[in-house]
Design a protein around this ligand. Sequence first.
Ligand code: PHE
Ligand code: CO
Length: 285
Amino acid sequence: MTGETGHALRGDYSRKRADYTVDQEWDRYSAAEHDLWRRLYARQAALVPRYACDEFRAALATLDYGTDIPRFDAINRKLRPATRWELVAVPGLVPDIVFFEHLANRRFPVTVWIRTPEEFDYIVEPDIFHDFFGHVPMLFDPVFADYMQAYGKGGIKAHALGAIEMLARLYWYTVEFGLIETPKGLRTYGAGILSSGGEIRHCIESPEPNRIGFDLLRVMRTRYKIDTFQETYFVIRGFGELFDATAPDFSPHYAKLRALEPLAASAVLPADRVYHRGAAPPRAA
Ligand code: PHE
Ligand code: CO
């Protein structure tokens, strides 16, 4: 995930390079950390067949990273030939512009540290499990891989235009919490969902949240909450739709959106393509 946090960042930033990358130092993970990874992986992998989109499932099945915390260089040997992306190690969250520059160059920043056992069910900042389990399989899909790079380039532009807040909502409601309509029903491709033991069920099965058809301006107008399950999920009909909708220049969109009040995370509008209207307020995550 990306975004602003109100507190000091976790992670050791003392040895970062100018682009915020560090060495993974895989040998420094403890046996207990590898064990925690295995348990997190086993829980999520069991939920994936039911709730994840086919693209995610297919990539996960070829990756085989359930036994130990993965080595970034080993994954890069598979990822580079697949979609020309590579993983880079970072100490934790990085400044927006640094993040965008990496994505624009097909480098995905992955946090090196893993959560504590107490955070098995819930963590606010992205750790290696979120970044790796949630994001990396989707980078093997050619269309999604191109979307991520386009997003990075768009981020550099939005930064210059002072429009990051609007663009960040797009990332949140697609890359982190997106749903996709499939012949088998709704599935997820969002990393924030795929790495969460509770939200992966909730987003598809709970009657509480709204599920609304993806519309670019609607999404960029909608606020989000970072510390509860989402109140609204936006549904794409395919990665081609997402890529095509986001290809045009956003400058006119930003100008238009600046004149409008943002919408609450729970809003449902008359023009929305509603799959499901939420029945009750969301539970705390
Ligand atoms: N087309 C967008 C722009 O002009 C860039 C972008 C692409 C943003 C894909 C997000 C996702 O800013
Ligand atoms: Co993320």
